[in-house]
Design a protein around this ligand. Structure first.
Ligand SMILES: NC(=O)c1ccc[n+]([C@@H]2O[C@H](COP(=O)([O-])OP(=O)(O)OC[C@H]3O[C@@H](n4cnc5c(N)ncnc54)[C@H](O)[C@@H]3O)[C@@H](O)[C@H]2O)c1
Length: 327
């Protein structure tokens, strides 16, 4: 059994707990949250030892891997401690608040040999995995242009509302838009040129729109959490290839080509337990897939090759350049 220590049992921690409960050969051996009721919820149906502060879990718990689902401003402090304890560490995205913190994590990982995966979950989301395979194989020819969008109501679920304080979360750019930025960088690398605009009539940190210019094609990436709560969360893309368009929108993944419109149906993993953890997502899909990957690598003692610490730091570094872009 791979023994997991989970630190932070809020929205994302409870999502991860539900995933671990569905992964064979894995047990949640310890959980920590300063809100005891949250820790108890994640420990439900397990024999996990319950801690308050995550530092006590790191100091005392008998675990093989640690998973940090703390607010972003706490990632670095806890990750540096955890890397002295375990060989495999998972850190939710964004990897850290600043690029300097990211560099400190890279140095610590090199020094300790701790292998780190970052929760850049889109790299594991079925439709996005399928798109990446298609781009790589050139199935429908070259990419002509593409658009990625992630739009959400204000995230008001956070502990002490930390998400809405940009000094703690980085705002919509760093917390939400980074998903698509990381994915686009994983597909195409850094653009030759980019132009980024933010801000909407004085409301800072809630809207980002970046146009990335590559050799021969352009990619638009838009993200906001400035919508009213009545508006549903949407994560969509449209990629136009020479011979087809792949579009993921309105709950359907479609291919449009010269023969017509075709729905692409992807077989999802069957999951037990409570697959809804609140917030703005209703599906364990990518979260389950990324943790299956992480646990498999840890159980086999193999290197982490997807959504690595270096990937997370590169994406954060590019994202911070976007947010500082002046035109
Ligand atoms: N991958 C995704 O799609 C996704 C979605 C949402 C959030 N996230 C990321 O997950 C991380 C957590 O976000 P969240 O939405 O779960 O926040 P949250 O506020 O719901 O949960 C954070 C939890 O940490 C606990 N906590 C705070 N200090 C602690 C300490 N010292 N020891 C133990 N517990 C402590 C809080 O009580 C809270 O329950 C953030 O980095 C966020 O950006 C990722």
């Amino acid at each position: 059994m791979l023994r997991v220590g989970l630190i932070g049992c809020g929205f994302m921690g409870s999502m991860h707990a539900n995933c671990y409960k569905n992964i064979a050969g894995v047990e949640i051996a310890a959980v920590a949250d300063i809100r005891s009721e949250k820790a108890a919820e994640c420990a439900k149906d397990t024999n996990a030892k319950i801690y308050g502060d995550g530092k006590d879990l790191i100091a005392e718990a008998d675990v093989d891997v640690i998973d940090i689902c703390l607010p972003t401003f706490l990632h670095t402090e806890f990750a540096l401690l955890a890397m002295d304890k375990v060989k495999y560490l998972f850190i939710e995205k964004p990897v850290s608040l600043t690029a300097e913190e990211g560099q400190a994590l890279l140095r610590k990982s090199a020094e300790t040999g701790c292998l780190v995966q970052i929760g850049q979950v889109i790299r594991f989301w079925d439709e996005y995995v399928e798109l990446a395979k298609t781009v790589e194989a050139g199935t429908y020819g070259k990419v002509m242009h593409a658009s990625f969008r992630r739009i959400s109501p204000r995230p008001e679920w956070g502990w002490k509302n930390w998400l809405l304080d940009p000094t703690l979360s980085g705002g919509a750019g760093q917390d939400l838009h980074i998903h698509d930025v990381d994915y686009v960088l994983s597909l195409f690398g850094e653009p030759q040129k980019y132009y980024s605009v933010r801000n909407s009539r004085g409301e800072k940190n809630s809207y980002v729109n970046t146009l990335m210019a590559y050799d021969g094609f352009a990619v638009g990436v838009e993200g906001t959490w400035g919508l009213p709560t009545s508006h549903p969360f949407e994560a969509t893309f449209r990629v136009t290839f020479e011979h087809a368009v792949l579009e993921n929108a309105g709950g359907k993944f479609m291919r449009y080509d010269k023969d017509g419109a075709h729905e692409i149906v992807i077989e999802k993993a069957a999951l037990a337990g409570d697959a809804y953890a609140g917030g703005n997502v209703s599906d364990l899909g990518g979260y389950y897939n990324e943790l299956v990957y992480f646990c498999d690598k840890a159980a086999k003692g193999e290197p982490i090759e997807k959504a690595t610490l270096a990937d997370g730091v590169s994406s954060l570094t590019f994202l911070l350049k976007e947010l500082a872009f002046e035109g």
